[in-house]
Design a protein around this ligand. Structure first.
Ligand code: HEM
Ligand SMILES: *[C@@H]1O[C@H](CO)[C@@H](O)[C@H](O)[C@H]1NC(C)=O
Ligand SMILES: *[C@@H]1O[C@H](CO)[C@@H](O)[C@H](O)[C@H]1NC(C)=O
Ligand SMILES: *[C@@H]1O[C@H](CO)[C@@H](O)[C@H](O)[C@H]1NC(C)=O
Ligand SMILES: *[C@@H]1O[C@H](CO)[C@@H](O)[C@H](O)[C@H]1NC(C)=O
Ligand SMILES: *[C@@H]1O[C@H](CO)[C@@H](O)[C@H](O)[C@H]1NC(C)=O
Ligand SMILES: *[C@@H]1O[C@H](CO)[C@@H](O)[C@H](O)[C@H]1NC(C)=O
Ligand SMILES: *[C@@H]1O[C@H](CO)[C@@H](O)[C@H](O)[C@H]1NC(C)=O
Length: 381
Protein backbone atom coordinates (compact mmCIF):
# COMPACT_ATOMS: atom_id res chain seq x y z
CA UNK A 1 0.00 0.00 0.00
CA UNK A 2 2.58 2.51 1.14
CA UNK A 3 5.11 1.45 -1.43
CA UNK A 4 2.63 1.87 -4.27
CA UNK A 5 1.61 5.28 -2.92
CA UNK A 6 5.27 6.19 -2.67
CA UNK A 7 5.91 5.00 -6.19
CA UNK A 8 2.99 7.09 -7.40
CA UNK A 9 4.20 10.19 -5.65
CA UNK A 10 7.78 9.63 -6.82
CA UNK A 11 6.44 9.31 -10.30
CA UNK A 12 4.48 12.53 -10.10
CA UNK A 13 7.56 14.25 -8.72
CA UNK A 14 9.61 12.76 -11.51
CA UNK A 15 7.14 14.02 -14.03
CA UNK A 16 7.66 17.55 -12.92
CA UNK A 17 10.92 16.89 -14.76
CA UNK A 18 13.82 18.59 -13.02
CA UNK A 19 12.31 17.82 -9.62
CA UNK A 20 13.54 14.25 -10.05
CA UNK A 21 17.33 14.24 -10.20
CA UNK A 22 19.07 11.51 -12.14
CA UNK A 23 20.90 10.16 -9.11
CA UNK A 24 17.72 9.37 -7.19
CA UNK A 25 16.84 5.70 -6.69
CA UNK A 26 14.23 4.21 -8.97
CA UNK A 27 13.36 1.48 -6.44
CA UNK A 28 9.68 0.74 -6.24
CA UNK A 29 8.82 1.98 -9.72
CA UNK A 30 7.42 -0.41 -12.31
CA UNK A 31 9.32 -1.00 -15.54
CA UNK A 32 6.99 1.34 -17.39
CA UNK A 33 7.42 4.00 -14.72
CA UNK A 34 11.19 3.71 -14.90
CA UNK A 35 11.06 4.16 -18.65
CA UNK A 36 8.80 7.19 -18.15
CA UNK A 37 11.17 8.70 -15.66
CA UNK A 38 14.20 7.98 -17.84
CA UNK A 39 12.51 9.74 -20.73
CA UNK A 40 11.77 12.83 -18.61
CA UNK A 41 15.41 13.11 -17.48
CA UNK A 42 16.01 14.92 -20.73
CA UNK A 43 13.73 17.52 -19.16
CA UNK A 44 12.25 20.24 -21.32
CA UNK A 45 14.33 20.92 -24.42
CA UNK A 46 11.45 22.77 -26.08
CA UNK A 47 10.96 22.95 -29.86
CA UNK A 48 13.60 21.33 -32.05
CA UNK A 49 14.44 22.02 -35.70
CA UNK A 50 13.42 19.64 -38.50
CA UNK A 51 15.85 16.73 -38.97
CA UNK A 52 17.64 16.43 -42.34
CA UNK A 53 16.00 14.50 -45.17
CA UNK A 54 17.47 11.07 -45.84
CA UNK A 55 19.46 11.07 -49.08
CA UNK A 56 19.34 7.44 -50.13
CA UNK A 57 15.76 6.64 -51.08
CA UNK A 58 16.49 3.36 -52.82
CA UNK A 59 14.76 0.14 -51.89
CA UNK A 60 16.40 -1.87 -49.10
CA UNK A 61 15.68 -4.62 -46.61
CA UNK A 62 14.13 -2.88 -43.59
CA UNK A 63 13.08 -6.00 -41.66
CA UNK A 64 16.76 -6.62 -40.88
CA UNK A 65 18.71 -8.00 -37.91
CA UNK A 66 18.97 -4.57 -36.32
CA UNK A 67 15.17 -4.16 -36.36
CA UNK A 68 13.54 -7.33 -35.02
CA UNK A 69 9.83 -7.33 -34.31
CA UNK A 70 9.20 -7.56 -30.56
CA UNK A 71 5.94 -8.02 -28.68
CA UNK A 72 4.69 -5.20 -26.49
CA UNK A 73 6.12 -4.80 -22.99
CA UNK A 74 3.79 -3.61 -20.23
CA UNK A 75 3.25 0.12 -20.72
CA UNK A 76 4.22 0.24 -24.41
CA UNK A 77 1.76 2.34 -26.40
CA UNK A 78 0.36 1.78 -29.88
CA UNK A 79 -2.38 3.80 -31.58
CA UNK A 80 -4.51 4.29 -34.68
CA UNK A 81 -1.63 4.39 -37.23
CA UNK A 82 -0.40 1.01 -38.47
CA UNK A 83 2.64 2.71 -40.03
CA UNK A 84 3.89 4.25 -36.78
CA UNK A 85 2.84 1.17 -34.77
CA UNK A 86 4.98 -1.02 -37.02
CA UNK A 87 7.96 1.32 -36.79
CA UNK A 88 7.75 1.22 -32.98
CA UNK A 89 7.43 -2.57 -32.86
CA UNK A 90 10.58 -2.90 -35.00
CA UNK A 91 12.55 -0.28 -33.09
CA UNK A 92 12.71 2.36 -35.84
CA UNK A 93 10.82 4.43 -33.26
CA UNK A 94 11.25 4.12 -29.51
CA UNK A 95 9.43 0.90 -28.62
CA UNK A 96 7.52 2.71 -25.87
CA UNK A 97 5.47 4.53 -28.53
CA UNK A 98 6.54 7.94 -27.26
CA UNK A 99 8.73 9.92 -29.66
CA UNK A 100 9.78 13.36 -30.83
CA UNK A 101 8.50 14.77 -34.13
CA UNK A 102 12.05 14.59 -35.49
CA UNK A 103 12.30 10.91 -34.59
CA UNK A 104 8.97 10.25 -36.34
CA UNK A 105 10.00 12.13 -39.50
CA UNK A 106 13.27 10.19 -39.70
CA UNK A 107 11.66 6.82 -38.92
CA UNK A 108 8.92 7.04 -41.58
CA UNK A 109 11.58 7.84 -44.17
CA UNK A 110 13.94 5.07 -43.06
CA UNK A 111 11.36 2.37 -42.51
CA UNK A 112 8.87 3.12 -45.31
CA UNK A 113 10.46 5.68 -47.61
CA UNK A 114 7.72 8.20 -46.96
CA UNK A 115 8.96 11.46 -48.52
CA UNK A 116 10.47 14.08 -46.25
CA UNK A 117 7.99 16.80 -47.30
CA UNK A 118 4.89 14.68 -46.63
CA UNK A 119 6.35 13.24 -43.42
CA UNK A 120 7.19 16.67 -42.02
CA UNK A 121 3.78 18.17 -42.84
CA UNK A 122 1.77 15.27 -41.44
CA UNK A 123 3.89 14.97 -38.31
CA UNK A 124 3.69 18.67 -37.44
CA UNK A 125 -0.04 18.89 -38.24
CA UNK A 126 -0.46 16.23 -35.53
CA UNK A 127 2.29 17.25 -33.12
CA UNK A 128 1.17 20.85 -32.57
CA UNK A 129 -2.24 19.66 -31.33
CA UNK A 130 -1.43 16.24 -29.79
CA UNK A 131 2.16 16.62 -28.54
CA UNK A 132 3.97 18.24 -25.63
CA UNK A 133 5.66 21.48 -26.73
CA UNK A 134 7.87 21.66 -23.64
CA UNK A 135 9.36 18.16 -23.69
CA UNK A 136 9.03 17.77 -27.48
CA UNK A 137 7.46 14.32 -27.00
CA UNK A 138 4.25 12.82 -28.40
CA UNK A 139 2.45 9.54 -27.78
CA UNK A 140 1.53 7.62 -30.95
CA UNK A 141 -1.57 6.43 -29.07
CA UNK A 142 -3.21 7.20 -25.75
CA UNK A 143 -2.46 10.06 -23.40
CA UNK A 144 0.43 9.22 -21.08
CA UNK A 145 2.57 10.90 -18.41
CA UNK A 146 5.60 9.62 -20.38
CA UNK A 147 5.46 12.77 -22.48
CA UNK A 148 6.30 14.78 -19.36
CA UNK A 149 4.40 17.43 -17.40
CA UNK A 150 1.25 18.69 -19.11
CA UNK A 151 0.59 22.28 -20.00
CA UNK A 152 -2.49 23.67 -18.23
CA UNK A 153 -6.01 23.05 -19.62
CA UNK A 154 -7.50 23.52 -22.17
CA UNK A 155 -4.30 21.97 -23.60
CA UNK A 156 -4.86 18.21 -23.91
CA UNK A 157 -1.48 16.71 -25.02
CA UNK A 158 -3.49 13.57 -25.61
CA UNK A 159 -1.42 11.70 -28.21
CA UNK A 160 -2.63 10.51 -31.62
CA UNK A 161 -5.70 8.75 -30.19
CA UNK A 162 -7.27 12.13 -29.42
CA UNK A 163 -10.39 12.41 -31.51
CA UNK A 164 -10.97 15.55 -33.54
CA UNK A 165 -7.48 17.05 -33.23
CA UNK A 166 -5.78 15.02 -35.97
CA UNK A 167 -7.48 11.59 -35.70
CA UNK A 168 -10.93 11.45 -37.27
CA UNK A 169 -13.83 9.42 -38.63
CA UNK A 170 -14.37 6.86 -41.41
CA UNK A 171 -11.02 5.15 -40.85
CA UNK A 172 -9.85 2.14 -42.83
CA UNK A 173 -9.84 -0.45 -40.01
CA UNK A 174 -10.66 1.63 -36.92
CA UNK A 175 -14.18 2.52 -35.75
CA UNK A 176 -15.55 6.07 -35.44
CA UNK A 177 -14.98 7.60 -32.00
CA UNK A 178 -18.73 7.98 -31.47
CA UNK A 179 -19.34 4.30 -32.37
CA UNK A 180 -16.50 2.37 -30.74
CA UNK A 181 -12.72 2.34 -30.43
CA UNK A 182 -11.09 4.89 -32.74
CA UNK A 183 -7.63 3.32 -32.36
CA UNK A 184 -7.91 -0.49 -31.96
CA UNK A 185 -7.82 -2.81 -34.97
CA UNK A 186 -11.39 -3.83 -35.85
CA UNK A 187 -11.82 -7.26 -37.50
CA UNK A 188 -15.22 -6.41 -38.98
CA UNK A 189 -13.76 -3.43 -40.81
CA UNK A 190 -10.69 -5.39 -41.95
CA UNK A 191 -13.06 -8.06 -43.30
CA UNK A 192 -14.88 -5.33 -45.26
CA UNK A 193 -11.55 -4.16 -46.70
CA UNK A 194 -10.74 -7.77 -47.62
CA UNK A 195 -14.14 -8.26 -49.24
CA UNK A 196 -13.59 -5.15 -51.35
CA UNK A 197 -10.25 -6.62 -52.50
CA UNK A 198 -11.92 -9.96 -53.32
CA UNK A 199 -14.87 -8.38 -55.16
CA UNK A 200 -13.22 -5.44 -56.88
CA UNK A 201 -9.45 -5.86 -56.50
CA UNK A 202 -6.73 -7.45 -58.54
CA UNK A 203 -6.89 -11.24 -58.19
CA UNK A 204 -7.86 -10.97 -54.53
CA UNK A 205 -5.31 -8.29 -53.68
CA UNK A 206 -5.91 -4.68 -52.72
CA UNK A 207 -5.47 -2.22 -55.57
CA UNK A 208 -6.56 1.37 -56.24
CA UNK A 209 -10.00 0.33 -57.38
CA UNK A 210 -10.84 -1.80 -54.33
CA UNK A 211 -9.18 0.64 -51.90
CA UNK A 212 -11.39 3.39 -53.34
CA UNK A 213 -14.49 1.19 -52.91
CA UNK A 214 -13.64 0.65 -49.23
CA UNK A 215 -12.90 4.37 -48.73
CA UNK A 216 -16.30 5.25 -50.18
CA UNK A 217 -18.10 2.55 -48.16
CA UNK A 218 -16.50 3.73 -44.92
CA UNK A 219 -17.76 7.28 -45.57
CA UNK A 220 -21.28 6.09 -46.48
CA UNK A 221 -21.36 3.94 -43.32
CA UNK A 222 -20.38 6.89 -41.11
CA UNK A 223 -22.94 9.12 -42.82
CA UNK A 224 -25.65 6.54 -42.16
CA UNK A 225 -24.79 5.52 -38.59
CA UNK A 226 -22.68 8.16 -36.83
CA UNK A 227 -24.85 11.08 -35.67
CA UNK A 228 -21.65 13.09 -35.06
CA UNK A 229 -19.78 12.14 -38.27
CA UNK A 230 -17.23 14.88 -39.00
CA UNK A 231 -15.49 14.93 -42.38
CA UNK A 232 -13.69 18.22 -42.82
CA UNK A 233 -10.01 19.21 -43.28
CA UNK A 234 -7.65 17.92 -41.95
CA UNK A 235 -9.54 14.60 -41.68
CA UNK A 236 -10.98 14.96 -45.17
CA UNK A 237 -7.45 15.02 -46.63
CA UNK A 238 -5.95 12.39 -44.31
CA UNK A 239 -8.81 9.96 -44.97
CA UNK A 240 -7.94 9.82 -48.68
CA UNK A 241 -4.21 9.87 -47.95
CA UNK A 242 -4.48 6.91 -45.54
CA UNK A 243 -6.31 4.96 -48.26
CA UNK A 244 -3.25 5.30 -50.51
CA UNK A 245 -0.63 4.52 -47.84
CA UNK A 246 -1.01 0.71 -47.77
CA UNK A 247 -0.77 0.59 -51.56
CA UNK A 248 2.27 2.84 -51.66
CA UNK A 249 4.18 1.74 -48.54
CA UNK A 250 2.97 -1.69 -47.31
CA UNK A 251 3.93 -3.54 -50.52
CA UNK A 252 7.38 -5.14 -50.40
CA UNK A 253 9.67 -3.86 -53.17
CA UNK A 254 6.95 -1.43 -54.30
CA UNK A 255 8.01 0.54 -57.36
CA UNK A 256 8.12 4.33 -57.58
CA UNK A 257 4.74 4.52 -59.35
CA UNK A 258 3.05 2.39 -56.64
CA UNK A 259 1.63 0.07 -59.29
CA UNK A 260 1.99 -3.18 -57.33
CA UNK A 261 -0.93 -4.52 -55.30
CA UNK A 262 -1.11 -5.55 -51.62
CA UNK A 263 -1.94 -9.11 -50.63
CA UNK A 264 -4.27 -9.45 -47.65
CA UNK A 265 -1.90 -11.43 -45.42
CA UNK A 266 0.64 -8.64 -45.67
CA UNK A 267 -2.09 -6.05 -45.07
CA UNK A 268 -3.15 -7.86 -41.88
CA UNK A 269 0.46 -8.10 -40.73
CA UNK A 270 0.67 -4.29 -40.67
CA UNK A 271 -2.87 -3.33 -39.65
CA UNK A 272 -3.29 -5.90 -36.86
CA UNK A 273 0.16 -7.13 -35.78
CA UNK A 274 2.31 -4.02 -36.40
CA UNK A 275 4.80 -6.30 -38.13
CA UNK A 276 6.69 -6.18 -41.42
CA UNK A 277 6.13 -9.34 -43.49
CA UNK A 278 9.31 -11.48 -43.64
CA UNK A 279 12.02 -10.16 -45.97
CA UNK A 280 10.21 -6.81 -46.32
CA UNK A 281 11.93 -4.26 -48.56
CA UNK A 282 10.78 -0.65 -48.41
CA UNK A 283 9.59 0.94 -51.67
CA UNK A 284 12.07 2.18 -54.27
CA UNK A 285 11.91 6.00 -54.32
CA UNK A 286 10.21 8.15 -51.73
CA UNK A 287 6.44 8.63 -51.40
CA UNK A 288 6.15 12.38 -50.96
CA UNK A 289 3.68 15.15 -51.71
CA UNK A 290 3.78 14.73 -55.51
CA UNK A 291 3.27 10.98 -55.31
CA UNK A 292 0.47 11.12 -52.72
CA UNK A 293 -1.28 13.83 -54.76
CA UNK A 294 -1.30 11.60 -57.83
CA UNK A 295 -2.64 8.56 -55.98
CA UNK A 296 -5.27 10.51 -54.01
CA UNK A 297 -6.58 11.88 -57.30
CA UNK A 298 -6.91 8.37 -58.67
CA UNK A 299 -8.78 7.20 -55.55
CA UNK A 300 -11.03 10.26 -55.35
CA UNK A 301 -12.01 10.30 -59.02
CA UNK A 302 -13.58 6.84 -58.76
CA UNK A 303 -16.18 8.26 -56.31
CA UNK A 304 -15.98 12.05 -56.67
CA UNK A 305 -19.30 12.73 -54.93
CA UNK A 306 -18.15 13.30 -51.33
CA UNK A 307 -17.53 16.92 -50.30
CA UNK A 308 -16.43 18.14 -46.84
CA UNK A 309 -19.17 18.34 -44.22
CA UNK A 310 -20.57 16.79 -41.06
CA UNK A 311 -23.67 14.99 -39.85
CA UNK A 312 -26.34 16.77 -37.90
CA UNK A 313 -27.85 13.48 -36.78
CA UNK A 314 -27.42 10.09 -38.47
CA UNK A 315 -28.24 10.24 -42.17
CA UNK A 316 -28.24 14.04 -42.29
CA UNK A 317 -24.94 15.11 -43.89
CA UNK A 318 -24.56 18.87 -44.19
CA UNK A 319 -21.85 20.35 -46.44
CA UNK A 320 -19.30 22.84 -45.12
CA UNK A 321 -19.17 25.64 -47.72
CA UNK A 322 -15.93 27.11 -46.29
CA UNK A 323 -13.90 23.92 -46.55
CA UNK A 324 -12.15 23.68 -49.96
CA UNK A 325 -11.61 19.89 -49.82
CA UNK A 326 -9.73 19.04 -53.02
CA UNK A 327 -11.19 22.05 -54.88
CA UNK A 328 -8.81 24.67 -53.62
CA UNK A 329 -5.82 25.08 -51.36
CA UNK A 330 -6.43 22.38 -48.80
CA UNK A 331 -2.88 22.56 -47.50
CA UNK A 332 -3.16 26.23 -46.54
CA UNK A 333 -6.62 25.66 -45.12
CA UNK A 334 -5.18 22.84 -42.98
CA UNK A 335 -2.39 25.18 -41.86
CA UNK A 336 -4.87 27.81 -40.66
CA UNK A 337 -7.21 25.23 -39.17
CA UNK A 338 -4.50 23.47 -37.12
CA UNK A 339 -2.98 26.80 -36.14
CA UNK A 340 -6.34 28.09 -34.92
CA UNK A 341 -6.92 24.87 -33.03
CA UNK A 342 -3.52 25.15 -31.38
CA UNK A 343 -4.40 28.67 -30.24
CA UNK A 344 -7.67 27.37 -28.75
CA UNK A 345 -5.66 24.79 -26.76
CA UNK A 346 -3.11 27.37 -25.58
CA UNK A 347 -5.05 30.63 -25.13
CA UNK A 348 -2.46 32.30 -22.91
CA UNK A 349 0.92 30.53 -22.77
CA UNK A 350 3.87 32.11 -21.03
CA UNK A 351 7.65 31.87 -21.05
CA UNK A 352 9.24 28.73 -22.53
CA UNK A 353 5.87 27.33 -23.55
CA UNK A 354 5.06 30.40 -25.64
CA UNK A 355 8.52 30.28 -27.23
CA UNK A 356 8.14 26.58 -28.07
CA UNK A 357 4.68 27.17 -29.58
CA UNK A 358 6.07 30.03 -31.70
CA UNK A 359 8.88 27.83 -32.95
CA UNK A 360 6.76 24.76 -33.63
CA UNK A 361 4.20 26.82 -35.58
CA UNK A 362 7.05 28.37 -37.57
CA UNK A 363 8.29 24.84 -38.35
CA UNK A 364 4.78 23.77 -39.34
CA UNK A 365 4.68 26.68 -41.81
CA UNK A 366 8.06 25.57 -43.23
CA UNK A 367 6.65 22.08 -43.83
CA UNK A 368 4.10 23.58 -46.25
CA UNK A 369 6.98 24.01 -48.71
CA UNK A 370 6.25 26.94 -50.97
CA UNK A 371 2.73 27.86 -49.93
CA UNK A 372 0.42 30.46 -51.43
CA UNK A 373 -0.69 31.55 -47.95
CA UNK A 374 0.79 34.04 -45.51
CA UNK A 375 2.36 32.88 -42.25
CA UNK A 376 0.43 33.82 -39.08
CA UNK A 377 1.89 34.45 -35.63
CA UNK A 378 -0.77 33.87 -32.95
CA UNK A 379 1.95 33.50 -30.28
CA UNK A 380 4.07 36.38 -31.52
CA UNK A 381 7.23 36.34 -33.60
C1 HEM B 1 4.33 10.90 -40.81
C2 HEM B 1 3.83 10.60 -39.62
C3 HEM B 1 2.51 9.93 -39.44
C4 HEM B 1 1.57 10.30 -38.55
C5 HEM B 1 1.68 11.46 -37.55
C6 HEM B 1 0.44 9.41 -38.71
C7 HEM B 1 -0.72 9.45 -37.96
C8 HEM B 1 -1.86 8.74 -38.21
C9 HEM B 1 -3.10 8.87 -37.50
C10 HEM B 1 -3.37 9.82 -36.35
C11 HEM B 1 -3.97 8.01 -38.06
C12 HEM B 1 -5.43 7.82 -37.68
C13 HEM B 1 -6.24 8.58 -38.66
C14 HEM B 1 -7.71 8.38 -38.39
O1 HEM B 1 -8.16 7.26 -38.39
O2 HEM B 1 -8.40 9.36 -38.17
C15 HEM B 1 -3.29 7.32 -39.11
C16 HEM B 1 -3.88 6.36 -39.91
C17 HEM B 1 -3.20 5.63 -40.83
N1 HEM B 1 -1.85 5.73 -41.14
FE1 HEM B 1 -0.52 7.03 -40.32
N2 HEM B 1 0.72 8.51 -39.69
C18 HEM B 1 1.98 8.78 -40.16
C19 HEM B 1 2.66 8.04 -41.13
C20 HEM B 1 2.18 6.91 -41.73
C21 HEM B 1 2.95 6.02 -42.58
C22 HEM B 1 4.43 6.20 -42.93
C23 HEM B 1 2.10 5.04 -43.00
C24 HEM B 1 2.37 3.85 -43.87
C25 HEM B 1 3.54 3.34 -44.07
C26 HEM B 1 0.81 5.30 -42.41
C27 HEM B 1 -0.32 4.53 -42.62
C28 HEM B 1 -1.56 4.79 -42.08
C29 HEM B 1 -2.76 4.04 -42.42
C30 HEM B 1 -2.86 2.90 -43.41
C31 HEM B 1 -3.79 4.56 -41.63
C32 HEM B 1 -5.24 4.09 -41.56
C33 HEM B 1 -5.41 3.22 -40.35
C34 HEM B 1 -6.75 2.54 -40.25
O3 HEM B 1 -7.78 3.17 -40.12
O4 HEM B 1 -6.79 1.32 -40.30
N3 HEM B 1 0.89 6.43 -41.64
N4 HEM B 1 -2.00 7.76 -39.18
C1 LIG C 1 21.81 14.58 -47.02
O1 LIG C 1 22.68 15.38 -47.79
C2 LIG C 1 22.73 16.74 -47.38
C3 LIG C 1 23.61 17.50 -48.37
O2 LIG C 1 24.81 16.81 -48.55
C4 LIG C 1 23.24 16.82 -45.93
O3 LIG C 1 23.23 18.16 -45.50
C5 LIG C 1 22.30 16.00 -45.05
O4 LIG C 1 22.81 15.98 -43.72
C6 LIG C 1 22.22 14.57 -45.56
N1 LIG C 1 21.23 13.85 -44.76
C7 LIG C 1 21.56 12.87 -43.96
C8 LIG C 1 20.44 12.24 -43.18
O5 LIG C 1 22.69 12.44 -43.85
C1 LIG D 1 -18.29 15.09 -32.18
O1 LIG D 1 -17.60 15.87 -33.15
C2 LIG D 1 -16.81 16.92 -32.61
C3 LIG D 1 -16.21 17.67 -33.77
O2 LIG D 1 -15.27 16.87 -34.42
C4 LIG D 1 -15.77 16.35 -31.67
O3 LIG D 1 -15.05 17.40 -31.08
C5 LIG D 1 -16.42 15.50 -30.60
O4 LIG D 1 -15.42 14.87 -29.82
C6 LIG D 1 -17.29 14.44 -31.24
N1 LIG D 1 -17.97 13.66 -30.22
C7 LIG D 1 -18.24 12.37 -30.38
C8 LIG D 1 -18.90 11.67 -29.26
O5 LIG D 1 -17.94 11.79 -31.42
C1 LIG E 1 -16.05 -3.01 -35.12
O1 LIG E 1 -16.74 -2.07 -35.93
C2 LIG E 1 -18.09 -2.43 -36.15
C3 LIG E 1 -18.65 -1.45 -37.16
O2 LIG E 1 -18.66 -0.13 -36.67
C4 LIG E 1 -18.83 -2.42 -34.83
O3 LIG E 1 -20.18 -2.80 -35.03
C5 LIG E 1 -18.17 -3.40 -33.88
O4 LIG E 1 -18.76 -3.31 -32.62
C6 LIG E 1 -16.69 -3.12 -33.76
N1 LIG E 1 -16.05 -4.20 -33.03
C7 LIG E 1 -15.41 -4.02 -31.89
C8 LIG E 1 -14.80 -5.24 -31.27
O5 LIG E 1 -15.31 -2.92 -31.37
C1 LIG F 1 -4.00 -15.16 -58.58
O1 LIG F 1 -3.75 -15.60 -57.27
C2 LIG F 1 -3.48 -16.98 -57.14
C3 LIG F 1 -3.29 -17.36 -55.68
O2 LIG F 1 -3.83 -16.41 -54.82
C4 LIG F 1 -2.24 -17.35 -57.93
O3 LIG F 1 -2.02 -18.74 -57.85
C5 LIG F 1 -2.40 -16.91 -59.36
O4 LIG F 1 -1.17 -17.12 -60.06
C6 LIG F 1 -2.77 -15.45 -59.46
N1 LIG F 1 -3.05 -15.08 -60.84
C7 LIG F 1 -2.51 -14.02 -61.41
C8 LIG F 1 -2.93 -13.74 -62.81
O5 LIG F 1 -1.74 -13.26 -60.83
C1 LIG G 1 12.75 -7.64 -52.83
O1 LIG G 1 13.85 -7.44 -53.67
C2 LIG G 1 15.04 -8.06 -53.17
C3 LIG G 1 16.22 -7.59 -54.01
O2 LIG G 1 15.88 -7.57 -55.36
C4 LIG G 1 14.86 -9.55 -53.12
O3 LIG G 1 16.02 -10.18 -52.60
C5 LIG G 1 13.68 -9.86 -52.21
O4 LIG G 1 13.40 -11.23 -52.20
C6 LIG G 1 12.44 -9.10 -52.63
N1 LIG G 1 11.43 -9.30 -51.59
C7 LIG G 1 10.19 -9.65 -51.82
C8 LIG G 1 9.32 -9.88 -50.63
O5 LIG G 1 9.77 -9.77 -52.95
C1 LIG H 1 14.89 2.15 -58.32
O1 LIG H 1 14.63 3.35 -58.97
C2 LIG H 1 15.76 3.83 -59.65
C3 LIG H 1 15.45 5.23 -60.14
O2 LIG H 1 14.21 5.27 -60.76
C4 LIG H 1 16.09 2.86 -60.79
O3 LIG H 1 17.22 3.31 -61.50
C5 LIG H 1 16.41 1.50 -60.16
O4 LIG H 1 16.60 0.54 -61.17
C6 LIG H 1 15.26 1.05 -59.28
N1 LIG H 1 15.70 -0.11 -58.52
C7 LIG H 1 14.96 -1.21 -58.41
C8 LIG H 1 15.52 -2.29 -57.54
O5 LIG H 1 13.89 -1.32 -58.97
C1 LIG I 1 -8.72 30.90 -38.28
O1 LIG I 1 -9.05 31.94 -37.39
C2 LIG I 1 -9.19 33.19 -38.04
C3 LIG I 1 -9.32 34.25 -36.95
O2 LIG I 1 -10.35 33.89 -36.07
C4 LIG I 1 -10.39 33.13 -38.96
O3 LIG I 1 -10.55 34.35 -39.65
C5 LIG I 1 -10.17 32.03 -39.98
O4 LIG I 1 -11.31 31.85 -40.79
C6 LIG I 1 -9.83 30.72 -39.30
N1 LIG I 1 -9.44 29.78 -40.34
C7 LIG I 1 -9.82 28.50 -40.36
C8 LIG I 1 -9.41 27.69 -41.55
O5 LIG I 1 -10.45 28.00 -39.47
Amino acid sequence: MFSSLLAASLLSLALSASAFPEYRSLAGLSAAEVRAVARTFTSTPGAQPLPPAINDTSSKLVYDDAHPWEPLRPGDIRGPCPGLNTLASHGYLDRSGVATPGEIITAVQEGFNMGFDLAAFVTYAAFIVDGNHLTNLMSIGQKTPETGPDAPAPATIGGLNTHGAFEGDASTTRDDFALGSNFLFNETLFDQLSQAAIDFGSNGTLDINSAAVHRHNRILDSMARNPNFTFVIPRYLTAYAETTFPLAMFVSNQTSDSSMTLNLDDARSFFQNHKYPDNFFRRNGSYGNDEVGTLITEVFELFPDILPGNNEGAGNYVLDPNDPGFNGDGTCYAYYKQTNFTLSLYPDPTDELRTALQQNLATFYITLGDPTCEEVFPFGQ
